[in-house]
Design a protein around this ligand. Sequence first.
Ligand SMILES: NC(=O)c1ccc[n+]([C@@H]2O[C@H](COP(=O)([O-])OP(=O)(O)OC[C@H]3O[C@@H](n4cnc5c(N)ncnc54)[C@H](O)[C@@H]3O)[C@@H](O)[C@H]2O)c1
Length: 264
Amino acid sequence: MSFDAFKDFSMAGHNVIITGGAQNIGAGIAKTLSGAGAKVMIADLNGDMAAETAAAIAAETGNDCRGMACNVTSKDDIDAVVAATVAAFGGISTLVNNVGWGGRQPDPADIPEEEFIASYKLNTISAYRMSMACLPWLEKADNATITNSGSFSSAVPAYDILPYGTAKAALNQMMVSLAHMLNKKVRVNSILIGSVVTEGYADAGLAPEVIEKLSHPDNLIGRPGSPQDIANAMLFLCSKASSWISGQTINVHGGGAVVRLFGA
Ligand SMILES: NC(=O)c1ccc[n+]([C@@H]2O[C@H](COP(=O)([O-])OP(=O)(O)OC[C@H]3O[C@@H](n4cnc5c(N)ncnc54)[C@H](O)[C@@H]3O)[C@@H](O)[C@H]2O)c1
């Protein structure tokens, strides 16, 4: 037998930058891409945690994985992580814009303008800047991709996290547009992620009873997501396995809430 169905999922020969990869979903993505053969640079606000996570991944996968401090809202930091990655790996083929965050708004009718601006800077504009900084290298690479950690809250009403939901919705539009701008050179896709319950939920201001409910969701699969669920989809979108897919947003959210037209 000579047919290898997993060949197109290999990331061997790929050089990855992943933002926000020091923990949770991003760390799961970094480990999976590394395990599939890529060289991976984790760029995270928390440089120490990025380096620790990268060292643990390299020990587990046997592939080159590094971590460094980078605030994706700073142009200087973005330029530094691009330069460090090219110096370490010789190029960039794969950008995963994973950074994102949004707190719950206690009063959705009175959100400070600064909250919206900060949310757009973190969730939307950082992905644009990262993409443009990596572009000269992506254009030279085989199977070049940009893939984003989007949110399902960008596609459903989410009035209590307005700055986050709208910034993530803007990310969807921006990235589909970039896919058209970069046609034939770089594939651009986004995953709209459902609930992957992490310690970040409490930090975002969710009450314990809300977190408990989200931990037992009424979705089609009947469980919350795990970082590995997202990482598996990310591997598909970053690898040649998805080489005929660009400009798409893909829901990875347990199938969404169960709809019962006539009650239980
Ligand atoms: N967890 C979920 O349920 C969920 C749902 C939908 C979408 N998402 C999206 O998935 C992505 C990852 O989510 P998560 O829950 O793993 O997040 P997380 O908060 O657990 O981890 C985010 C990482 O990003 C880093 N970071 C924060 N600000 C940064 C900055 N300015 N520059 C560089 N790094 C920074 C943090 O240090 C952290 O390591 C985010 O974009 C998030 O919006 C998550």
